[in-house]
Design a protein. Structure first.
Lengths: 250, 324
């Protein structure tokens, strides 16, 4: 069985984000980067399938981007991926184009299923998994909090607005991982050292036959300026009084 | 622009979020001299359609195969409708259902999509969309290239459309069961019935965090205050992870995004991911025993206290006021 895990390289979530003075972009180049937390959860799930499975399972991670992606691809190997591939691309791609690239790669690799994070914590679009499933004509199970292999395919628990939905899908399929699917492991130091020696395959967009056609144009960015001054109250009585007379919400 | 709004409903009535989507659509239609139609998918839709026609002309996709919100067949019908009716702009409210289904439809329609839009404007004739990024730490202004465009809006950013007295037309579409994809099946939904309002539409949201040790305490204290204020309960991620509250209560970057009149954060420290889900609330109150908790930076009013003492006191005093 082959499981493909696309990962995205994103700014560390602890970092403070600032827009450039002209509002054309965010100043992020100097900041530390990590594997998108939801993709780390997806990778953990794939590695667990291999560890608990009876048959041979190969976990392949893929990242679409600049050479700096190799840092995140190596951490994925350290966690347990068998192969890591970087699809070379210098421009920032919108979700549609990421899906186009992944679709071409999926056609080449023929995984049994693809598991990826439900959204990237920088863009927060929550679209790539769904776009990829649509382009491939594969079933999708988004916001997965539990996945099990059944005779007919996969049974997935999904976190939805109303609670938990239980669905089944035939294979091959696209799964997008939600927060509570699992808790990702930390790579051990020996694994990290071993990962440094592992070969990262690099694939060209031309080889995949993909042409980038932008669908989203970013015209500007600004940091959210809203701030409030907190009135500190000393008692419940004072709080209720503020809410009633000042805020007028009671 | 020909605009199609995908309705979300529970079989009986439209979800308030859909009414917000209609406000966005109507605003765009006005500027572009366009039309708005409402697409209702499902089975046995008479009551939903009757409500819909007071808001816009309705296209009805009624079929037993569409009874459940399963992505493959629903996205297929949405995409077919957009293409056959030359729709320029597909709109929905950004709910978990729309992310799943309309997201897939977006993938069938060429991917010119922006999700969780919080504002829009026109420059010359170009539609500019604002959407939060980095868990709401920044806002991007984007435009979509190509047609059709697909937009999901954040319900709390658009007030609900008001129904008219006159009814528009409803048109039944023919659904061929054999043409529908059939690779996904819904087995069941686990949902807790609640008498409280939905956290995304409530005027007041009372939210609890790590301070609460178990579900009973949460229900008694957070639930108690919510009931005293006719509000909804919400939860930080920590309590859901611990199994103390169900996932549908989670407020945050990847949970629900709310903007009520009054948001009370009880025993919540204020992690960035939680703030993303509630920082646009009109009035924010924080009660936390830690004077340095980050939540106080986004609150209008802050009380440093033990929630186990302060909140029951609050409920008692509210009841006294209400009794007068």
């Amino acid at each position: 069985m082959k499981i493909l895990v696309p990962i995205k390289r994103v700014v560390d979530t602890d970092q403070k984000i600032r827009a450039s003075d002209d509002g054309s972009h965010l100043e992020i180049d100097h900041l530390p980067f990590i594997v998108n937390p939801f993709d780390a959860i997806a990778l953990e799930e794939a590695v667990r399938f291999r560890e608990q499975g009876s048959s041979d399972v190969e976990v392949v991670v893929v990242g679409v981007g600049v050479p700096e992606y190799e840092e995140q691809l190596r951490s994925a190997i350290a966690v347990g991926a068998d192969r890591a591939v970087r699809i070379a691309c210098d421009e920032e791609l919108d979700p549609w184009n990421v899906a186009c690239v992944l679709k071409a790669f999926v056609r080449q690799e023929s995984p049994d299923f693809v598991v990826m994070g439900k959204q990237a914590v920088d863009d927060d679009s929550n679209q790539v998994g769904q776009f990829l499933a649509a382009q491939l004509g594969w079933p999708q199970a988004t916001f997965a909090s539990h996945v099990e292999i059944t005779g007919e395919g996969l049974r997935i628990h999904r976190e939805i607005d109303a609670g938990i939905e239980i669905v089944s899908v035939s294979l091959p399929a696209i799964i997008t991982a939600d927060l509570r699917l699992n808790e990702p492991r930390y790579a051990s130091l020996p694994s990290i050292i071993r990962a440094r020696k592992k070969q990262i395959e690099v694939v060209d967009l031309e080889t995949l036959g993909v042409e980038i056609e932008p669908r989203v144009r970013i015209l500007g960015v600004r940091t959210d300026q809203s701030s409030r001054t907190c009135t500190r109250v000393d008692s419940v009585d004072q709080l209720l009084e503020c809410l009633r007379s000042e805020a007028e919400v009671l | 622009m020909q605009i199609l709004v995908v309705a979300e409903h529970d079989g009986a009535t439209l979800r308030p979020a859909t009414l917000s989507a209609l406000t966005f659509a109507q605003s765009v239609a006005q500027v572009t001299d366009g039309t708005v139609q409402l697409l209702v998918l499902g089975h046995e839709l008479a009551s939903v359609v009757a409500e819909g026609v007071k808001l816009a002309p309705v296209l009805v996709a009624d079929s037993p195969d569409l009874a459940s919100p399963v992505a493959d067949r629903n996205a297929h019908v949405i995409a077919e409708t957009v293409q056959s009716r030359n729709i320029d702009l597909l709109v929905a409210a950004s709910t978990s259902q729309a992310k799943d289904i309309v997201g897939r439809a977006g993938g069938l329609l060429g991917g010119a999509m922006a999700s969780d839009v919080t504002g829009h404007s026109f420059e010359e004739s170009e539609l500019l969309l604002e959407r939060p990024i980095y868990a709401g730490a920044a806002v991007a202004t984007v435009s979509l290239l190509g047609t059709p465009k697909i937009v999901t809006i954040r319900p709390s950013s658009y007030s609900p459309a008001v129904p008219q007295d006159a009814s528009c037309d409803a048109h039944d579409m023919l659904i061929e069961p054999s043409s529908l994809p059939n690779q996904m099946w819904l087995e069941s939904v686990r949902s807790r019935a609640s008498t409280r309002p939905d956290v995304t539409d409530a005027r007041v949201v009372v939210s609890g965090g790590r301070a609460f040790k178990n579900s009973d305490d949460f229900e008694r204290i957070v639930g108690g205050l919510a009931d005293a204020l006719d509000g909804a309960t919400g939860s930080s991620r920590a309590l859901v992870d611990a199994g103390i509250t169900p996932n549908e209560l989670q407020v945050g970057q990847t949970g629900k995004i709310v903007a009520p009149e009054l948001y009370l954060a009880l025993g919540i420290s204020g992690a960035m991911q939680h703030l993303a889900g509630m920082k646009n609330s009109r009035t924010i109150v924080a009660i936390n025993h830690d004077v340095d908790a980050p939540i106080f930076e986004v609150a209008d009013y802050g009380l440093v206290a033990d929630v186990y003492e302060a909140v029951p006191e609050m409920v008692r005093k509210l009841k006294e006021i209400q009794a007068d």
